[in-house]
Design a protein. Structure first.
Ligand code: AMP
Length: 271
């Protein structure tokens, strides 16, 4: 991969890059489509990154669907499907970690210690290997997108980070490789999460203090069976700091667990 990336750089090619953990769905496909449209060359990586899973998380269970992923990439005219091994990414003796501490301890970071350090480390390595002009990330993982943008800015990495909208099923549930962990029964009510966020985004237009609105969202989410809430927060879209009032460009983010499956979602608020 590195040799090819060097050649493309020499030829002055615009290279698009979409990092993924595989088990590709229409959310990934939308990033791939956009990257295909905007670049001369396109690299998609498939790498289930052990560094971003905590002990007891789903690293070994994480869905791996390589034949279907390869088909989707071929249909989407991906030039290179980069699928490194764990040993290639983290050879024996690998020690370096990359972190944006201010941002990585918030929101999901409170419940998944070390997760965003694993994400930032692997993304920087993948960017160094693939040398893209543009890299595409989903707003579905909003905190991840903010962290990657900050890392790239702070470390002068010469790449544009492009955020892409969340793709949802017809009933509103954000597509995720982890949705396949849900039983048919759990899947039937999982869209209640997005429905609560959507209602709140309308209510937020009235302004005021975030507290009562967050309370209302929590009560709606708790109507789902087998649910527990990791967090519901309204934050500044860039700093991820808690918003004291409903004013400006804010983001409402939530993480919940339906039995053992963790669902995350978020929505822009303009108040
Ligand atoms: P993952 O394979 O889950 O690590 O995701 C790879 C990329 O796809 C990340 O940038 C995600 O934010 C993005 N992505 C995942 N699900 C969606 C979705 N439903 N809509 C848009 N982008 C998504």
């Amino acid at each position: 991969m590195a040799g090819l990336a060097a050649r493309w750089a020499q030829e002055g090619r615009a290279v698009g890059f979409v990092p993924t953990m595989g088990a590709l769905h229409s959310g990934h496909a939308s990033l791939i489509r956009r990257a295909r449209d905007e670049n001369e060359r396109l690299v998609v990586s498939l790498f289930v990154n052990p560094l971003q899973f905590g002990p007891g998380e789903d690293f070994s269970l994480y869905p791996r669907t390589f034949p279907a992923d390869r088909r989707l990439c071929a249909q989407s005219r991906v030039d290179v499907l980069y699928r490194p091994s764990v040993e290639q990414v983290y050879p024996p003796g690998f020690k370096t970690e990359v972190e944006v501490p201010e941002l990585s301890g918030l929101l999901c970071g409170r419940f998944r210690p070390g997760h965003f350090k694993g994400v930032a480390t692997v993304v920087l390595k993948l960017l160094e290997t693939t040398r893209p002009s543009r890299a595409y990330f989903g707003e579905k993982d909003f905190q991840q997108l903010v962290i990657i943008k900050k890392m790239v800015k702070d470390l002068n990495v010469a790449v544009s980070i492009i955020g892409c909208p969340t793709i949802r099923d017809g009933d509103g549930l954000a597509l995720s490789s982890r949705n396949r962990y849900l039983s048919a029964w759990q899947r039937s009510y999982a869209p209640m999460l997005y429905a609560a966020l959507l209602r709140a985004s309308k209510a937020a237009r009235l302004g005021g203090s975030p507290g009562p609105l967050i309370g209302k969202i929590r009560r709606e989410i708790l109507k789902m069976p087998e649910v527990s809430i990791d967090y519901v927060e309204i934050v500044n879209s860039e700093t991820l700091g808690k918003a004291p009032v409903l004013r400006g460009s804010l983001r409402l983010l939530a993480a919940v667990r339906v039995a053992r499956t963790r669902l995350i979602d978020n929505i822009a608020l303009s108040c």
